[in-house]
Design a protein around this ligand. Sequence first.
Ligand code: NAP
Length: 304
Amino acid sequence: MAAQIIDGKSIAADLRGKVGEAVHRLVRDRGIVPGFAVVLVGSNPASEVYVTSKVKMTASSGMRSFDHRLPEQTTEDELLALIGRLNADPIVHGILVQLPLPAHIDSQKVLFAIDPNKDVDGFHPVNAGRLSTGLPALTPCTPLGCVYLAKTVRGSLEGLEAIVLGRSNIVGKPLVQLLLNENATVTTAHSKTRDLPGVCARADLVFAAVGRPEMVRQEWIKPGATVIDVGINRVTEGGKSRIVGDVAFAEASQVAGAITPVPGGVGPMTIACLLANTLRAACTIAGYQMPASGMGIENVYGRD
Ligand code: NAP
């Protein structure tokens, strides 16, 4: 039987709507308008598209957005000075520095200069440490979106066997921590894992984040498994270019219980979770409690 297709576009739109409602309540009841600042250095065309989209979506959810576009030749010191000003600015609650930065700037130094309370990308080691010790943390947006999608299918992830293919700091590792917080039993696989198909075929939940086009095949998938495909890979066939995921979608969807498409699965969730993180940051800075699990993001600021 063909798998349920997990519609990331509509789930993300629904989450953005919930964040928008919570922002409305925060403004109405407390007079706090969450503020999101994005910093782009240089003119990488893909980064410009991402940044424009982030600014547009934050504004449409009722937040303030501050768009800082700096020339390619901006020095590291100039960028650090801007981060310092944004850290100190009380109307800015979330700061995102769009990667990649130009080669003459030390990305790690810049990301570590962001106030962890305003680190809406969740890349600061303080947030990584808080997440891995089970404390409230701002969590990287893509893994947050992956777990959110899996929960729309499974409800609770407790006791399920999950495999995370990939161990990067921005996707694989935080995803593992979020799944542990959801009480899943988690295996992390990487380029040195032996018998990847065999390990993968045990899993009720498969999260693929390797950056290898269509690497995960039908026989890697346990019948009925939920498959969340993070990969974004551009492939060219017969002179035509298209985007594919890390999972061979057509064949995997014959055996999976539910599967995300690429595009239209995890991708749209990333910005929706960025909005949720900005709302969380604004609430935390104002002294409202965040849910400890890192999930339940739509419930951050109460209900009517
Ligand atoms: P990354 O930093 O390159 O990490 C890739 C991971 O995959 C590494 O841990 C690597 O293992 C592992 N890997 C590579 N080849 C493998 C193989 N043949 N078998 C098993 N494991 C293998 O990538 P990333 O930043 O995590 O991104 C992963 C994918 O997600 C990319 O396609 C990226 O474009 C996409 N992505 C999508 C979004 C979104 O919003 N949808 C956001 C971020 C990333 P080692 O550690 O052993 O090298």
